[in-house]
Ligand binder design. Structure first.
Ligand code: GLP
Length: 276
């Protein structure tokens, strides 16, 4: 079932579904995100139900993973968590330190009691001819597990979510995508040289993301302030995939003071400030 509200798109009265929370810094915002996840997990664990999470990589969620590891150590079991990652470079060896596969084990999975069989990450090693089948199966697998309860997102400098670059339509599903020059340039900090950054990736689609029950998008720092503003306050546009979030009924935007700094004053007044 999709939670995209078509009425809302038509009337362009979009923003009332968005909860925008501004925290002092990345650490406190990340702790809040981890607590939202932990509460969901605790609730589902108490009735022996799985919690299905959509997970992101990049620099944005690193502190959230740290906080989740602590929460797991403190006794909240993650043995009933099922995870689907947003994206993976293509082609990409799982063992490469540049792979999102590697990132996820390094930052999160190897430190918690999640079961290996509950971890789903787009496979950057899949043969090109098997790729569309793989993507279809990824979608089916999410649905078989009842859909995503909480989707964690970062925001690309050009407004991409997952690797859904400007121009992508709202009904896109998991697929092979071509990375924009902005995205490849932003990835140089991880790969060292631009020539090393892959040209393609496998990404969950916009529609896949918008089908989650709850979306939590985080963004930190001045660098993201302009694109945060465009995504939250701008007109719905495929030039800024982040604006698609305005159409979802249950979105929480988690910011620090810097990434929230360009939001309009009238918008700011709607923000529940978490600044101390
Ligand atoms: C990356 C990932 C996204 C991520 C975004 C922001 O390229 N594909 O899933 O959310 O871009 O990255 P960062 O968190 O490093 O700013």
């Amino acid at each position: 079932m999709s939670y995209v509200n078509k009425e809302v798109i038509k009337n362009k009265t979009l923003k009332e579904f968005m909860e925008v929370l501004v925290f002092e810094n990345k650490e406190s915002g990340s702790l809040y995100a981890a607590q939202v996840i932990a509460n969901k997990v605790l609730m589902n664990n108490s009735v022996n139900e799985e919690t299905v999470l959509g997970l992101a990589t990049g620099s944005t969620p690193t502190d959230m993973y740290k906080a989740l590891i602590e929460i797991n150590k403190s006794g909240v079991s993650f043995s009933r968590i099922i995870t689907y990652n947003l994206d993976e470079y293509y082609p990409m060896k799982k063992s490469s330190p540049h792979s999102y596969h590697y990132y996820m084990y390094d930052h999160f999975f190897q430190h918690v009691d999640i079961h290996e069989e509950n971890i789903f990450i787009p496979n950057g090693e899949i043969k090109n001819e098997d790729l569309s089948k793989f993507c279809e199966e990824y979608e089916l697998s999410i649905r078989r597990n009842g859909g995503i309860d909480i989707q964690v997102l970062g925001l690309g400098l050009n407004g991409h979510i997952g690797f859904n670059e400007p121009g992508f339509s709202m009904d896109s599903l998991t697929q092979k995508v071509t990375l924009s020059d902005t995205t490849r340039t932003a990835a140089v900090k991880y790969f060292g040289k631009k020539e090393e950054v892959p040209f393609q990736a496998i990404s969950m689609g916009i529609s896949t993301i918008l089908s989650a029950d709850h979306i939590m998008m985080m963004a930190w720092g001045n660098e993201k302030a302009e694109i945060v503003k465009e995504s939250i306050e701008g007109q719905l546009s495929k030039d800024v995939p982040g604006t698609y979030l305005q159409t979802h009924k249950n979105v929480t935007i988690i910011l620090d003071a810097e990434s929230a700094s360009k939001l309009d004053n009238d918008r700011i007044s709607l923000i529940e400030s978490k600044l101390s």
